[in-house]
Write a protein that binds this ligand. Sequence first.
Ligand SMILES: Nc1ncnc2c1ncn2[C@@H]1O[C@H](COP(=O)(O)OP(=O)(O)OP(=O)(O)O)[C@@H](O)[C@H]1O
Length: 396
Amino acid sequence: MEYNVVLVRYSEIAVKGGYTRSRMERLLLRALQESLAAAGVDAFVERLQGRVIVRLASPSSAATAVRASARVFGVKSVSPAVEVAYRGLEELVEKAAEFFGDRVRGRVFRVRARRSGVEGFTSKDVERLLGRLLLERGARGVDLENPEYTAYVEVRGGRAYLFDTIHPGPGGLPVGSEEPSLALYSGGFDSGVAAWMIMRRGSPVHLAFYDFGVPEALEVAVEGAKTLAGEWAWGYRPRLYVVNFRGAALVVNGLVKPSYRTLVLRRLMMLHAQDLASREGYEALVTGESVGQVASQTVRNLRLISSGLDLPVLRPLAGMDKDEIVEKSREIGLYDIASRQVEVCGVDQPPNPRASPQGFRSEFEKARDVFIPPPRVFDLKGESLHSILKTLGLRG
Ligand SMILES: Nc1ncnc2c1ncn2[C@@H]1O[C@H](COP(=O)(O)OP(=O)(O)OP(=O)(O)O)[C@@H](O)[C@H]1O
């Protein structure tokens, strides 16, 4: 018996009611279809009560389908499974024993059964009967606490799903459940993880990179943006905005007192991102700031950088430690790229961690009217890495 489906469980959607739930389920299906198609899996995606079934055209695509499904936001976990039809408990456990028989031989096991939309027998009945059958067919023993092998049976109406592995998905909400937002993305660890975390909460996140004129930094940021889009952005077309901030850095370095330069430049960045977001219909900004991580991220300085903005600034890493952030970037596949990023902040002196609000205001006034050219805009799904780099003058 070969895997013919992937069973997809979703997390928070299950607790939503009525219209919201069916909208989110539709978004989840669309994202799953897109992710599977991009991975080259020929499959039909079907909604069951509380589950999604990915029906595979070929069993050989099961592993790829599992990987592709586990990269979709809203998915709690996935299992490659065998779907069988049955009439009555006896036929069900017989088919299950056929699938699990070889796998439990010589091993200590347990059966975990669940059931919904079924009359006439309980989950316990399935566990007991199948357990007995598997012992008869060569399993070494039963241990409910510490088995070597778990045989899972999920019964839904007239069909049952048999599986023995559960692979975690990212959780969260399907992309499109929330309004879109714009992440200030540097290509470093923090802003990549931050963008991912807000995508995970259902917002289609677009990215803005502020270019201080260091080609290596721009190249890494484009690569990181392509990776985020290619691995995680299912169900929408993320954009990358590359903003030429060289002029802004020059003006700030020329006019502003050294200890205020980083803060003034950051605030210019935030204001610019807010205008850009408003024009494009994005309803929040996202940054990778974490309280106290560096001098520009003290509570005081975060206040100064973002005071008076109309759009909410989402800072999903605010309460995280650096090592947790780096670990997360590893999990989501951004570590290698982010670790190549060079630190470029546009100015050469760190800010005072407790900058004075009055001092900041008067220094900011000196630079507030700096001209910033319109951004270059890229469709991260539609354009290849090479063509984006070429347009930006980074490839011949
Ligand atoms: N060149 C840039 N382009 C876009 N956003 C930026 C840029 N530089 C900084 N940011 C934004 O400001 C935040 C704070 O930047 P900072 O350099 O102080 O912190 P960081 O911890 O090094 O961030 P990261 O790891 O994302 O580079 C970043 O997380 C990002 O959201």
